[in-house]
Design a protein around this ligand. Structure first.
Ligand code: CUA
Length: 395
């Protein structure tokens, strides 16, 4: 009874972390490999169990039956039960080795490189191509090759978004400077076919809050992704191979010569040129932000004058800390605390009041509780509400 309750419960509800509905070829080939192994093992299970049941029944002890004939060794049978499993192992091993090699290939030239840095217990994402940094939610374009270069700032983590594919270890080595590529990174590369939000999580035990070191991949249509880059204060540097057409159009529309690839001062744009995007790329990098409410404005004042800026960056403000997650466009994220709770005003308030109560072991100090070697922030309830309102409004 208990077992069937457990099984039925596992079959109910949504399956945001299923591996059976892959949205990338990476997940598809892993899925096929799993199916191959699964059906071979099911075949063996059914065959062996059926033979056991048959022999138990057929040769069971009967009252008055004579002692069965005793035999020792049968060369034919022994060869058979060695050769048949060996052949089955080959049928499993050859596809496994092929998939292992195919998922370790170097990424294509046009791949979007995202540096993934594991921290106890959150994820940092850096986009060297755009000069953008974000946290916990990986934002990527649909239909473009993605190359995740992954390392850890502390202990071993493992990056896993089940519907995309994976998982792969995220190993520690010294934190690289902004924009520098980390040596000896582990890679995963993939191309997501369908836009959507795909949940994932750390898959290697890494300490107290390992279970709430979650990740989300927000896969956007290409044009929306470019808008996201702009809204994060990112810049389009050089010509991207898959955007060459759009770049040429924008240059000829502006009457200028084609921008040389890799020239930082000659930003190319990936979305069709409109007045607003042209205006954006002429401005210095800074996120597009709707006007703030008076309370959010007050929250911004507090955020940028109190301890928050020691650890957090919000693009376009004086907050430039790099120890904690980058909070630019925080309000657009679905969760607070790397998947600890949904991103609502109440939950953000709870987080700022006492982070370790939401996420055990979190380094951020609370209003009355020190943390991460820092004293308590001593923020009043009203100040906390204002900061939370401000953060939520960063969409
Ligand atoms: Cu990071 Cu488990």
């Amino acid at each position: 009874m208990l077992a069937s309750v457990a099984v039925l419960a596992a079959c109910s509800g949504e399956h945001p972390q299923t591996t059976f509905e892959p949205v990338a070829e990476y997940g598809e080939i892993l899925n096929k490999l799993f199916a191959n192994t699964f059906w071979w093992t099911i075949f063996i299970l059914v065959l062996v169990e059926a033979l056991i049941v048959y022999f138990v029944f057929r040769y069971r002890e009967r009252p008055g039956a004579p002692r069965p004939k005793q035999i020792h060794g049968n060369t034919t049978v022994e060869i058979l039960w060695t050769v048949i499993p060996a052949i089955i192992v080959l049928f499993i091993a050859i596809p496994t080795i092929k998939v292992t090699i195919s998922t370790q290939q170097p990424p294509p030239e046009d791949a979007l490189v995202v540096e993934v840095i594991g921290h106890q217990w959150w994820w940092e994402y850096r986009y060297p191509e755009y000069g953008v940094t974000t946290a916990n939610e990986l934002v990527i374009p649909q239909g473009r090759n993605i190359d995740l270069k992954m390392h850890s700032a502390d202990v071993i983590h493992s990056y896993w978004i089940p519907r995309i594919g994976g998982k792969r270890d995220v190993n520690p080595h010294p934190r690289p400077a902004q924009g520098e590529h980390a040596p000896r990174s582990n890679h995963i590369q993939f191309l997501v076919k369908e836009p959507g939000y795909y949940l994932g999580q750390c898959a290697e035990y890494c300490g107290t809050s390992h279970a709430i070191m979650r990740a989300g991949a927000n896969v956007l249509p290409a044009a929306e992704f470019d808008q996201w880059v702009t809204s994060m204060g990112g810049r389009f540097r050089g010509n991207q191979p898959n955007e060459a057409g759009a770049v040429a159009v924008s240059n000829s529309a502006a009457g200028g010569p084609p921008a040389p690839a890799g020239t930082p001062s000659a930003p190319a744009q990936a979305v069709p040129p409109t007045d607003s995007t042209l205006a954006t790329i002429q401005q210095p990098a800074g996120p597009v932000q709707a006007p703030l409410s008076p309370e959010a404005e007050r929250g911004k004042q507090i955020f940028t004058t109190k301890a928050c800026i020691a650890c957090h960056t919000i693009q376009g403000t004086t907050a430039r800390g790099v120890l904690g997650p980058n909070l630019t466009r925080f309000g657009a994220r679905r969760y607070v605390g790397a998947g600890a709770r949904p991103n609502t005003l109440e939950n953000v308030i709870a987080w700022i009041e006492h982070p370790a109560a939401v996420k055990p072991g979190a380094l951020m100090p609370g209003a009355k509780v020190p943390g991460g070697g820092m004293p308590a922030t001593n923020l009043s309830a009203e100040e906390i509400r204002a900061i939370a309102t401000y953060l939520i409004s960063l969409k």
